[in-house]
Ligand binder design. Structure first.
Ligand code: PEP
Ligand code: MN
Length: 256
């Protein structure tokens, strides 16, 4: 079992991390965080350092974003996860957030894996878009063998020939990883599909195949989001998802 703040991952409880793709302003994060917390999310996500496909896309607020994340987390009492892309930011992120996220693009950045491995911060490790499950497990080994056992694995979709969705969400990953390792496994149906309308069905599927939680992108106004707006839920949709997830979680013998 791994804890982010006081939230257990890999227990009987099904854990939900929600929040915007990127932290854009204090108001945007505060309003989104309030909405997801009220709907029942356990942890808040939000990127301050954004690895974008294009260098001309919004790259995140950096240090200012971290400070906003820390302040909103403290005022609402909700634990947080945020992406680390550079070892140089490790201490600042550790100061302002409760967990590191290693993004898909950095799954095999061994310097970064070893660096978070030398801390005791929980680390959410996302599967690379072209990484096998065994490569994901070996990436997790880097963190664990460096001294940090607090790793949560995340399936977020892989590149396939299918173009209808942004990625192909490989739910085989969940039972495979659970059978091969003791680490908690969560699913990111937002990046896994890239389509807002597919997020809720795939979150339910994640419960059914044994995931320990989900991470869902939610924005107070997705139409104005600076990143991943098309796959971000409106707060009302997230609220509806949390309500409809209940019976699935119960059927899986877990609690929400
Ligand atoms: C994210 O969580 O916003 C993100 C960039 O995800 P990934 O690394 O899976 O693409
Ligand atoms: Mn995103």
């Amino acid at each position: 079992m791994v804890h982010i703040g006081d939230v257990p991952f890999g227990s009987k409880g099904f854990a939900v991390i929600a929040g915007p793709c990127s932290i854009e302003s204090r108001e945007q994060l505060e309003q989104t965080a309030q909405a997801v917390q009220t709907a029942g999310a356990h942890c808040l996500r939000g990127g301050a350092y954004k690895p974008r496909s294009s260098p001309y896309s919004f790259q995140g607020l950096g240090r200012e974003g971290l400070e906003i994340l820390g302040a909103v987390s403290a005022s609402l009492g909700i634990p947080t996860v945020t992406e680390i892309v550079d070892v140089a930011d490790l201490d600042a992120i550790a100061e302002h957030a409760d967990a590191f996220q290693i993004g898909a693009r950095n799954m095999q950045n061994y310097t970064l894996l070893n660096a978070v491995g030398r801390t005791q911060k929980p680390t959410l490790l996302k599967r690379g878009p072209a990484a096998t499950l065994d490569e994901l497990l070996l990436a997790a080994e880097y963190v664990v063998s460096s001294g940090n056992p607090h790793v949560i694995l995340c399936e977020r979709g892989i590149k396939t020939f299918e173009r209808a969705t942004r990625n192909t969400l490989d739910l085989n990953a969940v039972p495979y990883l659970k059978q091969r390792s003791h680490l908690p496994v969560i699913v990111d149906p937002s990046h896994g599909t890239g389509i807002r309308g597919l997020v809720a069905p795939m979150a339910k599927a994640a419960v059914a195949c044994g995931a320990d939680g989900v991470m869902v992108e939610v924005h107070v106004d997705p139409t104005r989001a600076l990143s991943d707006g098309h796959q971000s839920l409106f707060p009302s949709q997230f609220d509806e998802l949390m309500r409809s997830l209940g019976p699935f979680v119960e059927a899986a013998g877990r609690t929400l």
